[in-house]
Design a protein around this ligand. Sequence first.
Ligand SMILES: O=C(O)CCC(=O)C(=O)O
Ligand SMILES: [Fe+2]
Length: 295
Amino acid sequence: MLTDINNVPIDQALNENGYVIVDNLIPEDMFESLKEACDRSVNKARNGEWKHCRYVGTQFPPWTEGTDVWGVQHLIHPDLKESIFAQWYGSPKLIEAVCQLLKTSPENLQMELFNLLINPKERDFDLTWHRDAVPAETAEEQEQEKLKIPHYGTQWNTALYDDECLFVVPKSHRRVRTPEERAITINDPKSHKMPDQLQVHLKPGQTVFYDNNILHRAAYFKSSKRATLHASMGTIDGGHHRAATIFQHGLDWMDTDTFRQQLPKSLEKPYANVCAMASRANEGKFAVKPIHEGL
Ligand SMILES: O=C(O)CCC(=O)C(=O)O
Ligand SMILES: [Fe+2]
């Protein structure tokens, strides 16, 4: 059983607080290779060679405009040719942590998103306070309903360098916003004065798992190197809600022979499971329209 930096079982901590920090989910012999692969990928993203990027000025998918990159998308895309990312995504300790959090076993895991969050080059950039799957304008009653939908998945940030970019409101992942929080998310969404906000400090090699409906924001500083692996995995119980969250990122490149041929053994079942979700929830398609589009 894995415990967090305070010796609390990770599933208990995530459940209670909406986030949990864990040490050492990167095997020592992968650390340098991951940093090097990130450097190469970031270079490609910044010089325009890699088109799957998040650009400063836009928070949610789709990212169609911009030049200053704050995220490199699809690290396990075959065209990026960086096999270390898939090796780590399928590595035993990480899989163990994810299974403990989702209370499931490896054969029920589903492969999902794997991206990289980086410091912009040209200007500092703030993400607004948000929940990933509940837009700020959502009315209270609907918010309550949406917060009841189980996730059947988890997401995490694993820092390769010191990372102090993420802010969360602990324990906010299952309750509706207070009137003050609602006012901030709608009228002053980059506020630095959210009540009970907590800045997450990650040392290199530390991971924060967080409920994607915890109230959170992030501050991106051009002067401070960030390369933080940002990924998610689900379980086979995820229905069309999970499919909507995942496939809004456009994963049709996963539905190719080139991708299938280079998968490590440990990801074969998680891949079969994501294909099954696409068939069940989405007529086999790996891309759907973005949740926040048009808001
Ligand atoms: O930058 C971060 O740590 C958080 C990113 C985030 O909240 C998101 O991509 O939805
Ligand atoms: Fe988010």
